[in-house]
Design a protein around this ligand. Structure first.
Ligand code: NAD
Ligand code: UDP
Ligand code: UDP
Length: 319
């Protein structure tokens, strides 16, 4: 146990059975805390946290955060929300409810408990950005009525709610704007680009490049991201965010495809598919604030992170 008993906290992680949430539960348990994981298993999976079941400081609760929750905790990490476009567009009304009603419930819980609460926001609040790289001061360029809006506008409204609970009720809040993150425990059928390309490469199937493949993203390895979230939660009370967390190294999707093919030794060919509506052309975080306020920056280069993620998917025997 790396922390003293006296600093042991009871921590709620919503969305704790998902990709990021399960890694966060691992980290908080390793740090010596009591963890309550609440998840409705929409996109999460019990297999992501089954190694924690039986651990006395870990508790699993099947719960949908669009409904009220009455528990006793010291801190809340609000991660519940499908993150992949195919999943958040599957039931868009539920996606908005999860961000809006879910945030109201978790903020109400934090208010009653006087607990600190962190919101997993997203680079999607910048939409298809007209400012590059994106700084936290940029207000974004978001379509309010398109297929991505349930996610983007839901997350924007959640940020509004966090800041209004902070101003109106004096709640201690932390808002992280997370940029594309990848790693082990992404679902093989998740639809996100890194998992898609790796699974396709391992199966020897065509790699589906949407559009001309020149759109860019910046990919952060999961361990780096989790470290950023924990540092943000542990930061001084005046650090509310929003704070960008992501890896500033930017790649085109064509470059990513080439790296995955090289790293897997696959014979897969590229195939082009239509660019989804409102797909952002470019995305790169300015992480000056995270460096300054949290002393944080990502450490794992894409090549290393891809190697670890490929090893995970090989272990799942997806090929
Ligand atoms: P994920 O889909 O793997 O995890 C989301 C988890 O939330 C799942 O376990 C799902 O079952 C659960 N969930 C969904 N709706 C719920 C509800 N109403 N009540 C309770 N649980 C619910 O996605 P992830 O990549 O782990 O993302 C976690 C959080 O981080 C999300 O809020 C997402 O918006 C945010 N985020 C992720 C990324 C990324 O690149 N991974 C980028 C930006 C933001
Ligand atoms: N809430 C909750 N758990 C709590 C306290 C509140 O789920 O421990 C929910 C409650 O159901 C309410 C929401 O959080 O709908 C917002 O609570 P708040 O106190 O801010 O608003 P109010 O109850 O006054 O509408
Ligand atoms: N993408 C792709 N092929 C795929 C899946 C995604 O070319 O099989 C592209 C997608 O069009 C987008 C980028 O990869 O430009 C990242 O997509 P993802 O869904 O992972 O995340 P987001 O668009 O939310 O950043």
């Amino acid at each position: 146990m790396s922390r003293l008993y006296s600093s042991r906290k009871r921590i709620l992680v919503t969305g704790g059975a998902g990709f990021l949430g399960s890694h966060l539960c691992d980290r908080l348990i390793a740090d010596g805390h009591d963890v309550l994981c609440a998840d409705n298993f929409f996109t999460g999976d019990k297999s992501n946290i089954e190694h924690l079941v039986g651990e006395p400081r870990f508790e699993l609760l099947r719960h949908d955060i669009t409904f009220p929750l009455f528990v006793e905790v010291d801190e809340i990490y609000n991660l519940a929300c499908p993150a992949s476009p195919i999943h958040y567009q599957h039931d868009p009304v539920q996606t908005t409810k999860t961000s809006v009603h879910g945030s109201i419930n978790m903020l109400g819980l934090a208010k009653r408990l006087k607990a600190k609460i962190l919101q997993a926001s997203t680079s999607e609040v910048y939409g298809d950005p007209a400012v590059h790289p994106q700084t936290e001061g940029y207000w974004g360029h978001v379509n309010p009525i398109g297929p991505r809006s349930c996610y983007d506008e839901g997350k924007r409204c959640a940020e509004t709610l966090f800041f209004d609970y902070h101003r109106q009720h004096g709640l201690e809040i932390k808002v992280a704007r997370i940029f594309n993150t990848y790693g082990p425990r992404m679902h093989p059928a998740d639809g996100r680009v890194v998992s898609n390309f790796i699974v396709q490469a391992l199966k020897g199937e065509s790699i589906t490049l949407y559009g001309d493949g020149q759109q860019s993203r910046s990919f952060c390895y999961v361990d780096d991201l989790i470290d950023g979230l924990v540092r943000l939660m542990d930061s001084a009370a005046e650090v509310t965010g929003p704070i960008n967390l992501g890896n500033p190294r930017e790649f085109t999707m064509a470059e990513l495809a080439a790296q995955v093919i090289a790293a897997t030794g696959s014979k897969s060919e590229l195939t082009h598919a239509p660019l989804p509506e409102d797909d952002p052309r470019q995305r790169q975080p300015d992480i000056g604030k995270a460096r300054q306020w949290l002393g944080w920056e990502p450490r794992v280069p894409l090549a290393d992170g891809l190697e670890r993620t490929i090893a995970y998917f090989r272990g799942l025997a997806v090929a």
